[in-house]
Design a protein around this ligand. Structure first.
Ligand code: PMP
Length: 392
Protein backbone atom coordinates (compact mmCIF):
# COMPACT_ATOMS: atom_id res chain seq x y z
CA UNK A 1 0.00 0.00 0.00
CA UNK A 2 2.73 2.41 0.90
CA UNK A 3 4.22 2.03 -2.55
CA UNK A 4 1.33 4.20 -3.73
CA UNK A 5 2.93 7.21 -2.08
CA UNK A 6 4.57 9.65 -4.43
CA UNK A 7 8.10 10.86 -3.87
CA UNK A 8 8.08 14.38 -2.35
CA UNK A 9 10.73 16.94 -3.27
CA UNK A 10 13.46 17.43 -0.65
CA UNK A 11 13.29 20.71 1.24
CA UNK A 12 15.22 23.09 -1.00
CA UNK A 13 16.89 24.97 1.87
CA UNK A 14 18.04 21.79 3.58
CA UNK A 15 19.51 20.63 0.26
CA UNK A 16 21.32 23.98 0.02
CA UNK A 17 22.87 23.47 3.46
CA UNK A 18 24.35 20.18 2.25
CA UNK A 19 25.79 21.82 -0.88
CA UNK A 20 27.28 24.60 1.23
CA UNK A 21 28.82 22.16 3.69
CA UNK A 22 30.44 20.22 0.86
CA UNK A 23 31.97 23.37 -0.73
CA UNK A 24 35.70 23.48 0.12
CA UNK A 25 36.11 27.23 -0.63
CA UNK A 26 37.12 29.00 2.56
CA UNK A 27 35.49 32.29 1.64
CA UNK A 28 32.08 30.76 0.80
CA UNK A 29 29.10 32.71 2.13
CA UNK A 30 25.95 31.04 3.47
CA UNK A 31 22.90 33.27 3.11
CA UNK A 32 20.48 30.35 2.89
CA UNK A 33 19.32 28.96 6.17
CA UNK A 34 17.22 31.28 8.36
CA UNK A 35 19.17 31.39 11.60
CA UNK A 36 20.81 34.45 13.12
CA UNK A 37 24.60 34.53 12.83
CA UNK A 38 27.08 36.56 14.84
CA UNK A 39 29.85 38.65 13.26
CA UNK A 40 32.00 35.51 13.33
CA UNK A 41 29.34 33.35 11.68
CA UNK A 42 28.18 31.37 14.73
CA UNK A 43 24.70 30.76 16.14
CA UNK A 44 25.57 30.38 19.82
CA UNK A 45 23.17 29.58 22.65
CA UNK A 46 22.17 32.87 24.33
CA UNK A 47 23.98 33.49 27.64
CA UNK A 48 20.60 34.13 29.32
CA UNK A 49 19.38 30.74 28.07
CA UNK A 50 22.55 29.03 29.36
CA UNK A 51 21.87 30.64 32.74
CA UNK A 52 18.19 29.63 32.67
CA UNK A 53 19.07 26.08 31.62
CA UNK A 54 21.55 25.76 34.49
CA UNK A 55 18.81 26.83 36.89
CA UNK A 56 16.35 24.48 35.24
CA UNK A 57 18.66 21.48 35.58
CA UNK A 58 19.32 22.36 39.21
CA UNK A 59 15.71 23.00 40.19
CA UNK A 60 13.43 20.88 37.99
CA UNK A 61 12.22 18.01 40.13
CA UNK A 62 9.91 16.21 37.76
CA UNK A 63 9.37 15.62 34.10
CA UNK A 64 5.84 14.30 34.58
CA UNK A 65 3.36 15.32 31.87
CA UNK A 66 1.96 18.80 31.62
CA UNK A 67 -1.32 19.21 29.76
CA UNK A 68 -1.81 20.11 26.08
CA UNK A 69 -1.51 23.77 27.09
CA UNK A 70 2.15 23.24 28.07
CA UNK A 71 3.93 25.57 30.47
CA UNK A 72 1.42 28.29 31.33
CA UNK A 73 4.06 30.20 33.29
CA UNK A 74 5.89 30.61 29.97
CA UNK A 75 2.68 31.55 28.14
CA UNK A 76 1.85 34.25 30.71
CA UNK A 77 5.43 35.57 31.01
CA UNK A 78 5.43 36.42 27.30
CA UNK A 79 2.11 38.25 27.31
CA UNK A 80 3.28 41.67 28.56
CA UNK A 81 5.97 41.66 25.87
CA UNK A 82 3.47 40.87 23.12
CA UNK A 83 0.36 42.73 24.22
CA UNK A 84 1.76 45.44 26.53
CA UNK A 85 -0.49 47.53 28.78
CA UNK A 86 -1.38 47.05 32.41
CA UNK A 87 -3.67 44.08 31.66
CA UNK A 88 -2.16 42.10 28.77
CA UNK A 89 -4.95 39.50 29.04
CA UNK A 90 -7.61 42.21 28.51
CA UNK A 91 -9.76 40.95 31.37
CA UNK A 92 -9.65 37.35 30.19
CA UNK A 93 -10.39 38.13 26.54
CA UNK A 94 -6.88 36.91 25.63
CA UNK A 95 -5.56 33.50 26.62
CA UNK A 96 -2.88 31.27 25.18
CA UNK A 97 -1.09 27.96 25.18
CA UNK A 98 2.39 26.69 24.44
CA UNK A 99 3.05 25.13 21.03
CA UNK A 100 5.91 23.26 19.35
CA UNK A 101 7.53 26.33 17.76
CA UNK A 102 5.85 29.09 15.85
CA UNK A 103 5.03 26.44 13.25
CA UNK A 104 2.81 24.60 15.76
CA UNK A 105 1.13 27.90 16.58
CA UNK A 106 0.44 28.71 12.92
CA UNK A 107 -0.91 25.21 12.45
CA UNK A 108 -3.21 25.62 15.45
CA UNK A 109 -4.39 29.05 14.32
CA UNK A 110 -5.29 27.79 10.87
CA UNK A 111 -6.94 24.63 12.20
CA UNK A 112 -8.99 26.64 14.73
CA UNK A 113 -10.03 29.17 12.08
CA UNK A 114 -11.15 26.30 9.87
CA UNK A 115 -13.09 24.68 12.69
CA UNK A 116 -14.82 28.01 13.27
CA UNK A 117 -15.94 28.10 9.64
CA UNK A 118 -13.12 29.90 7.82
CA UNK A 119 -12.80 28.51 4.29
CA UNK A 120 -10.28 30.91 2.74
CA UNK A 121 -7.19 32.63 4.07
CA UNK A 122 -5.89 35.75 2.35
CA UNK A 123 -2.12 35.94 2.38
CA UNK A 124 0.44 38.33 0.92
CA UNK A 125 2.89 36.56 -1.37
CA UNK A 126 5.66 35.67 -1.33
CA UNK A 127 5.43 34.37 2.22
CA UNK A 128 7.25 31.87 4.39
CA UNK A 129 6.83 28.73 2.19
CA UNK A 130 5.46 26.68 5.07
CA UNK A 131 2.42 28.98 5.33
CA UNK A 132 1.07 27.70 2.01
CA UNK A 133 1.92 24.10 2.98
CA UNK A 134 0.06 24.41 6.27
CA UNK A 135 -3.00 25.91 4.55
CA UNK A 136 -3.00 23.14 1.95
CA UNK A 137 -2.58 20.45 4.60
CA UNK A 138 -5.36 21.92 6.73
CA UNK A 139 -7.77 22.11 3.81
CA UNK A 140 -8.14 25.90 3.72
CA UNK A 141 -8.03 27.71 0.40
CA UNK A 142 -5.24 30.24 0.05
CA UNK A 143 -6.03 33.52 -1.67
CA UNK A 144 -2.80 35.28 -2.50
CA UNK A 145 -2.27 39.00 -2.97
CA UNK A 146 0.93 40.86 -3.76
CA UNK A 147 2.87 41.75 -0.62
CA UNK A 148 5.70 43.99 -1.77
CA UNK A 149 6.01 46.57 -4.53
CA UNK A 150 9.04 46.84 -6.81
CA UNK A 151 10.27 49.83 -4.81
CA UNK A 152 10.63 47.60 -1.74
CA UNK A 153 7.64 48.90 0.23
CA UNK A 154 4.39 47.13 1.14
CA UNK A 155 1.69 46.91 -1.51
CA UNK A 156 -1.16 48.45 0.46
CA UNK A 157 -3.41 48.68 -2.61
CA UNK A 158 -3.26 44.89 -2.97
CA UNK A 159 -4.01 44.31 0.72
CA UNK A 160 -6.83 46.86 0.69
CA UNK A 161 -8.41 45.24 -2.37
CA UNK A 162 -8.04 41.76 -0.86
CA UNK A 163 -9.71 42.79 2.41
CA UNK A 164 -12.48 44.78 0.72
CA UNK A 165 -13.22 41.84 -1.57
CA UNK A 166 -13.31 39.32 1.28
CA UNK A 167 -16.33 37.58 2.71
CA UNK A 168 -17.57 36.54 6.14
CA UNK A 169 -15.78 33.18 6.07
CA UNK A 170 -12.37 34.68 5.23
CA UNK A 171 -9.32 35.21 7.39
CA UNK A 172 -6.11 37.07 6.61
CA UNK A 173 -2.61 35.96 7.61
CA UNK A 174 -0.35 38.90 8.47
CA UNK A 175 3.33 38.90 9.47
CA UNK A 176 3.57 40.92 12.68
CA UNK A 177 7.08 42.17 11.90
CA UNK A 178 10.28 41.28 10.00
CA UNK A 179 8.45 39.81 7.02
CA UNK A 180 9.88 36.51 5.81
CA UNK A 181 11.07 36.42 3.04
CA UNK A 182 10.90 40.05 1.86
CA UNK A 183 11.83 42.13 4.94
CA UNK A 184 9.06 44.50 3.80
CA UNK A 185 7.04 45.48 6.87
CA UNK A 186 4.01 47.70 7.22
CA UNK A 187 4.72 51.15 8.64
CA UNK A 188 2.85 52.22 11.78
CA UNK A 189 0.53 54.36 9.63
CA UNK A 190 -0.19 51.35 7.45
CA UNK A 191 -0.93 49.21 10.50
CA UNK A 192 -3.39 51.92 11.64
CA UNK A 193 -5.16 51.60 8.30
CA UNK A 194 -5.03 47.78 8.39
CA UNK A 195 -6.60 47.77 11.86
CA UNK A 196 -9.43 50.01 10.60
CA UNK A 197 -9.91 47.88 7.48
CA UNK A 198 -10.14 44.73 9.61
CA UNK A 199 -12.71 46.38 11.87
CA UNK A 200 -14.68 47.51 8.82
CA UNK A 201 -14.60 44.23 6.88
CA UNK A 202 -14.82 41.70 9.73
CA UNK A 203 -12.08 39.53 8.19
CA UNK A 204 -10.49 37.40 10.94
CA UNK A 205 -6.83 38.36 11.42
CA UNK A 206 -4.18 35.71 12.08
CA UNK A 207 -0.97 37.47 13.12
CA UNK A 208 2.26 35.49 12.80
CA UNK A 209 4.84 37.11 15.09
CA UNK A 210 8.02 35.07 14.66
CA UNK A 211 10.75 37.71 14.93
CA UNK A 212 9.72 40.15 17.67
CA UNK A 213 12.73 42.21 18.72
CA UNK A 214 14.73 41.63 15.54
CA UNK A 215 13.28 44.62 13.68
CA UNK A 216 13.09 47.90 15.61
CA UNK A 217 12.78 46.61 19.19
CA UNK A 218 10.42 44.47 21.28
CA UNK A 219 7.90 47.27 21.81
CA UNK A 220 8.20 48.72 18.30
CA UNK A 221 7.80 45.31 16.66
CA UNK A 222 4.56 44.71 18.58
CA UNK A 223 2.92 47.87 17.19
CA UNK A 224 0.88 46.12 14.49
CA UNK A 225 -0.22 43.23 16.69
CA UNK A 226 -1.36 45.59 19.45
CA UNK A 227 -3.13 47.90 16.98
CA UNK A 228 -5.06 44.98 15.50
CA UNK A 229 -5.88 43.55 18.95
CA UNK A 230 -7.25 46.94 20.02
CA UNK A 231 -9.34 47.38 16.87
CA UNK A 232 -11.25 44.11 16.42
CA UNK A 233 -13.07 41.62 18.63
CA UNK A 234 -11.26 38.49 17.48
CA UNK A 235 -7.61 37.76 16.60
CA UNK A 236 -5.47 34.63 16.47
CA UNK A 237 -1.75 35.10 17.20
CA UNK A 238 1.05 32.65 16.40
CA UNK A 239 4.28 33.42 18.26
CA UNK A 240 7.80 32.01 17.99
CA UNK A 241 10.61 32.31 20.56
CA UNK A 242 12.94 30.36 18.30
CA UNK A 243 14.63 33.45 16.81
CA UNK A 244 14.46 36.02 19.60
CA UNK A 245 15.72 33.49 22.17
CA UNK A 246 17.89 31.52 19.72
CA UNK A 247 16.08 28.28 20.61
CA UNK A 248 15.40 26.99 17.10
CA UNK A 249 15.70 23.22 17.62
CA UNK A 250 14.04 23.31 21.02
CA UNK A 251 10.79 24.32 19.27
CA UNK A 252 9.41 27.10 21.47
CA UNK A 253 6.20 28.82 20.46
CA UNK A 254 2.86 30.03 21.74
CA UNK A 255 -0.64 30.51 20.38
CA UNK A 256 -2.95 33.24 21.67
CA UNK A 257 -6.62 33.89 21.07
CA UNK A 258 -8.55 37.13 21.50
CA UNK A 259 -12.33 36.97 21.42
CA UNK A 260 -15.11 39.37 22.39
CA UNK A 261 -15.41 38.04 25.95
CA UNK A 262 -13.77 35.72 28.47
CA UNK A 263 -16.38 32.96 27.95
CA UNK A 264 -15.74 32.75 24.20
CA UNK A 265 -12.00 32.80 24.83
CA UNK A 266 -12.28 29.86 27.23
CA UNK A 267 -14.37 28.00 24.64
CA UNK A 268 -11.84 28.77 21.88
CA UNK A 269 -8.97 27.59 24.09
CA UNK A 270 -10.77 24.31 24.80
CA UNK A 271 -10.73 23.80 21.03
CA UNK A 272 -7.02 24.67 21.00
CA UNK A 273 -6.35 21.99 23.62
CA UNK A 274 -8.38 19.41 21.67
CA UNK A 275 -6.56 20.23 18.41
CA UNK A 276 -3.18 20.03 20.15
CA UNK A 277 -4.10 16.73 21.79
CA UNK A 278 -4.91 15.22 18.41
CA UNK A 279 -1.74 16.61 16.79
CA UNK A 280 1.18 16.53 19.22
CA UNK A 281 -0.59 15.91 22.53
CA UNK A 282 1.63 18.35 24.40
CA UNK A 283 4.56 20.57 23.48
CA UNK A 284 8.23 19.90 24.37
CA UNK A 285 9.00 21.43 27.73
CA UNK A 286 12.68 22.32 27.97
CA UNK A 287 13.02 25.48 25.86
CA UNK A 288 9.78 27.04 27.08
CA UNK A 289 10.79 26.40 30.71
CA UNK A 290 14.10 28.14 30.03
CA UNK A 291 12.26 31.14 28.53
CA UNK A 292 9.91 31.23 31.55
CA UNK A 293 12.90 31.30 33.91
CA UNK A 294 14.65 33.97 31.81
CA UNK A 295 11.54 36.17 31.76
CA UNK A 296 10.76 35.86 35.46
CA UNK A 297 14.27 36.70 36.69
CA UNK A 298 15.11 40.41 36.21
CA UNK A 299 18.87 39.81 35.81
CA UNK A 300 18.33 37.15 33.16
CA UNK A 301 15.70 39.28 31.43
CA UNK A 302 18.19 42.15 31.26
CA UNK A 303 20.82 39.78 29.83
CA UNK A 304 18.32 38.63 27.18
CA UNK A 305 17.34 42.19 26.27
CA UNK A 306 21.02 43.11 25.86
CA UNK A 307 21.65 40.06 23.68
CA UNK A 308 18.64 40.85 21.52
CA UNK A 309 19.74 44.50 21.25
CA UNK A 310 23.13 43.46 19.96
CA UNK A 311 21.62 41.06 17.40
CA UNK A 312 19.35 43.79 16.15
CA UNK A 313 22.21 46.29 15.99
CA UNK A 314 24.29 43.87 13.93
CA UNK A 315 21.46 43.20 11.49
CA UNK A 316 20.95 46.99 11.16
CA UNK A 317 24.68 47.56 10.59
CA UNK A 318 24.79 44.96 7.80
CA UNK A 319 21.62 46.39 6.23
CA UNK A 320 23.04 49.91 6.29
CA UNK A 321 26.33 48.86 4.75
CA UNK A 322 24.49 46.94 2.01
CA UNK A 323 22.14 49.86 1.36
CA UNK A 324 25.07 52.25 1.05
CA UNK A 325 26.88 50.15 -1.57
CA UNK A 326 26.31 51.56 -5.02
CA UNK A 327 28.46 49.00 -6.81
CA UNK A 328 26.24 45.88 -6.85
CA UNK A 329 25.72 45.91 -10.62
CA UNK A 330 22.06 45.92 -11.60
CA UNK A 331 20.92 44.99 -8.08
CA UNK A 332 19.57 47.95 -6.10
CA UNK A 333 20.42 47.30 -2.45
CA UNK A 334 19.13 50.68 -1.20
CA UNK A 335 15.70 49.37 -0.02
CA UNK A 336 17.43 46.96 2.38
CA UNK A 337 18.29 49.96 4.55
CA UNK A 338 14.66 50.64 5.45
CA UNK A 339 13.44 47.04 5.44
CA UNK A 340 13.41 44.94 8.60
CA UNK A 341 14.65 41.71 10.11
CA UNK A 342 16.84 38.91 8.88
CA UNK A 343 15.58 38.55 5.33
CA UNK A 344 15.51 40.32 2.00
CA UNK A 345 14.62 39.22 -1.51
CA UNK A 346 17.02 40.21 -4.26
CA UNK A 347 15.65 40.46 -7.81
CA UNK A 348 17.93 37.80 -9.29
CA UNK A 349 17.25 35.21 -11.99
CA UNK A 350 17.74 31.47 -11.42
CA UNK A 351 20.85 31.68 -13.62
CA UNK A 352 22.29 34.52 -11.54
CA UNK A 353 21.60 32.64 -8.28
CA UNK A 354 23.35 29.59 -9.73
CA UNK A 355 26.33 31.67 -10.92
CA UNK A 356 26.63 33.24 -7.46
CA UNK A 357 26.86 29.76 -5.99
CA UNK A 358 29.10 28.11 -8.56
CA UNK A 359 31.42 30.99 -9.43
CA UNK A 360 31.49 32.93 -6.15
CA UNK A 361 30.57 30.49 -3.36
CA UNK A 362 27.54 32.59 -2.37
CA UNK A 363 24.63 30.38 -1.28
CA UNK A 364 21.07 31.70 -1.21
CA UNK A 365 17.54 30.32 -1.59
CA UNK A 366 16.24 29.80 -5.12
CA UNK A 367 13.71 32.60 -4.51
CA UNK A 368 16.56 35.14 -4.20
CA UNK A 369 16.00 35.37 -0.46
CA UNK A 370 19.10 36.19 1.55
CA UNK A 371 19.64 35.90 5.27
CA UNK A 372 21.13 39.32 5.98
CA UNK A 373 22.65 37.97 9.20
CA UNK A 374 24.77 35.59 7.11
CA UNK A 375 26.88 38.59 6.08
CA UNK A 376 29.64 40.18 8.14
CA UNK A 377 31.59 43.41 7.84
CA UNK A 378 34.37 41.19 6.49
CA UNK A 379 32.50 39.61 3.58
CA UNK A 380 29.97 42.22 2.45
CA UNK A 381 32.39 43.66 -0.11
CA UNK A 382 32.99 40.23 -1.61
CA UNK A 383 29.22 39.64 -1.73
CA UNK A 384 28.53 42.99 -3.39
CA UNK A 385 31.26 42.37 -5.99
CA UNK A 386 29.77 38.95 -6.71
CA UNK A 387 26.36 40.60 -7.27
CA UNK A 388 28.00 43.05 -9.66
CA UNK A 389 29.76 40.21 -11.49
CA UNK A 390 26.55 38.23 -12.10
CA UNK A 391 24.23 41.16 -12.78
CA UNK A 392 26.40 43.94 -14.09
N1 PMP B 1 6.50 32.14 10.86
C1 PMP B 1 7.46 32.67 10.09
C2 PMP B 1 7.14 33.84 9.25
C3 PMP B 1 8.74 32.11 10.10
O1 PMP B 1 9.68 32.65 9.33
C4 PMP B 1 8.99 30.99 10.92
C5 PMP B 1 10.37 30.36 10.96
N2 PMP B 1 11.05 30.26 9.83
C6 PMP B 1 7.96 30.49 11.70
C7 PMP B 1 6.73 31.08 11.66
C8 PMP B 1 8.13 29.27 12.57
O2 PMP B 1 9.13 29.31 13.45
P1 PMP B 1 9.53 28.07 14.37
O3 PMP B 1 10.91 27.70 13.99
O4 PMP B 1 9.40 28.59 15.75
O5 PMP B 1 8.55 26.97 14.12
Amino acid sequence: MLDRLEQQPADALLALIKLHDADPREDKIDLGVGVYRTATGGTPVFACIKAAEAKLVAEQDTKAYLGPEGDMGFVHALMPHIFGGSDPALGGRIDGMQTPGGTGAVRLAVAMARKAGVTRILMGTPSWPNHAQILADTGVEMVGFNHAKADGTADMDALRDALRGAGSTDAVLLHGCCHNPTGVDYTNDQWDEIASLLAETGVLPIVDLAYQGLGDGMEEDAYGTRKVVAAVPEVLIAYSCDKNFGLYRDRVGAFYVLTANAEDTAKAMSNGYALARANWSMPPDHGASAVRLALTDPAMTKQWTDELDSMRARIRQVREKLAASSNAGAVNLAPLGTQQGMFAILPLSKEQILALREDHGVYMAGSGRINVAGLTMGNIDKFVSALAAVSG
